[in-house]
Write a protein that binds this ligand. Structure first.
Ligand SMILES: Cc1cc2nc3c(=O)[nH]c(=O)nc-3n(C[C@H](O)[C@H](O)[C@H](O)COP(=O)(O)OP(=O)(O)OC[C@H]3O[C@@H](n4cnc5c(N)ncnc54)[C@H](O)[C@@H]3O)c2cc1C
Length: 495
């Protein structure tokens, strides 16, 4: 019988909710603390003028990861939200005026590829068979590992799999080996460009994301992505987790190189174990005294961050034509924008951008006859962030959106809010104003990411998008579960 410990989970985003629920289900005394009055972290939601805006994630990919989480506790996603498959999954606006809709079925995807590049359907079959292997092997052998050390991967079977999974070749090379048409290359490279790093710096391993995209499909929880958060909060409460929302963590007390108390704006919480899911850098560099810091400032400065984002939440007083749920505006120079994000960080001259229009699918997110828009421009982290810059990019992207869809939109905008680096820093203490954590480069994969288990503070673990397995909602769900399993394992060892 495991002893009951007082565990504080810091941060109520997906990784915090997943960690807290997993620990509480094993009989632990779990408290979750977050500075916001609403759980969900980057996936919080707000309402304005009758519009309901999801603040962060909008793509529901890898439904198996959500299902497996809920199944662990005898539930399924359908207990909390109806899941709807989007078909087409998304549409892409290209510079030549062409608009390509990505169909849900594999047969129609093949027909689409073939119509753009003869012979490419066969190449797509092969590419997706490989990326399916990577996805399934990755899920089984790699993703649910804590990444404490290289030794976890030293096993002949896994080593062979690593080669077959092309850990050491780049995604860009792999895509270009099989496809020549720039449109197909962009469709296959977009998942990593938007979430991680330049395709030439991303291990081909991550083509597993193409299987997630084209094989498993794009889904939508009716009511919005926040429905996932509501479901997870209700499950956490069912398992006995106590919530302390609206309390900011400001420091710790220590005894014998262990955290004895978490200090917050709401009081002082005595603890046996801490699982941190707040921005790793914030806790490490701003809340821990120097002797307990896992890394130095130099280490953090060398990390390659995933892009930050300039976001707009927009309410329009009428229905719009030409938009579907997910719209990618790739009608600008892909390479130039990638260089402005990764090589020479600066505000992009002519950016690619993404428009989510959930009111196409879901009448709950906008008043009747009106439209809800969420616009995202991926930008380099650490840029100077000013309101006049937000205003200039608003005009730039709206002009393109109006031109490409053939309608005036700006004069019908009745709600507008922008959000970028300063907001990520204020709301999440995000390092360099990052939106989605660390880039998925080879040298920031698995055991090369910031460590899950602190070497300096004996009862401190980390989860979330800055540690293993990486950025995104499904990886955050996995991260929380892996950290919780490690806490339980260590408890058993010490019992
Ligand atoms: C704009 C945007 C779009 C995205 N799109 C997608 C998408 O379409 N699909 C997808 O899968 N992923 C997407 N992501 C990524 C995904 O949302 C994140 O990787 C994931 O939500 C991170 O969860 P987390 O639990 O690690 O961190 P967070 O959600 O950041 O949770 C950490 C929590 O800790 C709190 N905190 C920080 N400091 C303190 C403190 N001192 N005291 C108390 N609390 C504190 C924060 O306020 C926050 O609530 C997107 C992210 C963004 C920002």
């Amino acid at each position: 019988m495991m002893t009951k410990q007082r565990i504080s989970v810091l941060g109520a985003g997906f990784s915090g909710l997943a960690a807290a629920t997993t620990l509480a289900a094993q009989g632990q005394d779990v408290t979750i603390i977050d500075m916001h009055h609403q759980a969900g972290g980057r996936a919080r939601q707000f309402e304005a003028n009758g519009f309901v805006f999801d603040m962060g994630p909008s793509w529901y990919w890898m439904p198996d990861v959500f299902e497996s989480f809920f199944n662990k506790f005898g539930h399924q996603s359908a207990d909390y939200y109806p899941l709807h498959r989007l078909d087409p999954s998304y549409q892409v606006f290209f510079p030549d005026g062409d608009i390509v809709k990505l169909p849900g079925s594999r047969e129609e995807q093949n027909a689409l590829f073939e119509s753009i590049e003869p012979g490419s359907a066969k190449a797509l079959d092969k590419f997706l068979a490989d990326s399916r292997y990577k996805y399934e092997t990755g899920m089984r052998e790699f993703v649910y590992k804590p990444g404490h050390s290289v030794l976890e991967y030293v096993d002949l079977r896994i080593f062979r799999a690593m080669f077959r999974m092309q850990m050491f070749s780049s995604l860009s090379k792999e895509v270009r080996r099989l496809f020549r048409h720039p449109k197909l290359i962009q469709i296959l490279e977009f998942p990593v460009l938007f979430l991680g790093a330049k395709p030439e710096n991303t291990p081909a391993l991550y083509s597993m994301m193409n299987y997630a995209d084209l094989g498993l499909g794009t889904w939508y929880p009716m009511g919005g992505m926040y429905k996932i958060v509501e479901g997870m909060v209700s499950l956490a409460e069912e398992q006995g987790v106590t919530f302390h929302l609206g309390e900011q963590v400001t420091g710790f007390h220590f005894a014998d190189r262990r955290i004895s108390n978490v200090v917050t704006t709401g009081g002082d919480h005595p603890v046996d174990v801490v699982v941190n899911t707040m921005d790793y850098h914030h806790l490490d560099q701003q809340l821990l005294p120097e002797e307990f810091q896992e890394y130095g400032a130099g280490y953090w400065d060398k990390r390659v961050m995933a892009p930050s984002s300039l976001l707009y939440y927009i309410g329009v007083d009428r229905r719009l034509k030409g938009l579907i749920h997910h719209n990618l505006f790739f009608d600008a120079d892909f390479g130039a924008h990638a260089r402005e994000i990764y090589d020479h960080p600066e505000w992009p001259k002519d950016p690619l951008f993404y428009v989510c229009c959930p009111s196409v699918t879901d009448h709950m997110v906008a008043p009747s006859g009106q439209e809800n828009l969420f616009i995202l421009i991926p930008v380099a982290p650490g840029l100077e962030d000013r309101q006049d810059i937000h205003d200039a990019y608003y005009d730039l992207v709206m002009e393109r959106l109006e031109r490409r869809t053939g309608q005036s939109i700006r004069e019908h905008v009745i709600y507008k809010r922008s959000y970028a680096h300063r907001d990520f820093q204020k709301d999440y203490h995000a390092f360099k104003g990052n939106a989605y954590g660390l880039a998925n480069t080879l040298f920031q994969t698995a055991f090369l990411k910031p460590r899950m288990k602190s070497r300096k503070v004996h009862n401190l673990w980390h989860a979330g998008q800055l540690t293993v397995p990486g950025p995104g909602v499904p990886p955050s769900l996995i991260s929380g579960q892996v950290a919780a399993a490690e806490v339980l394992r260590s408890q058993k060892r010490n019992a």
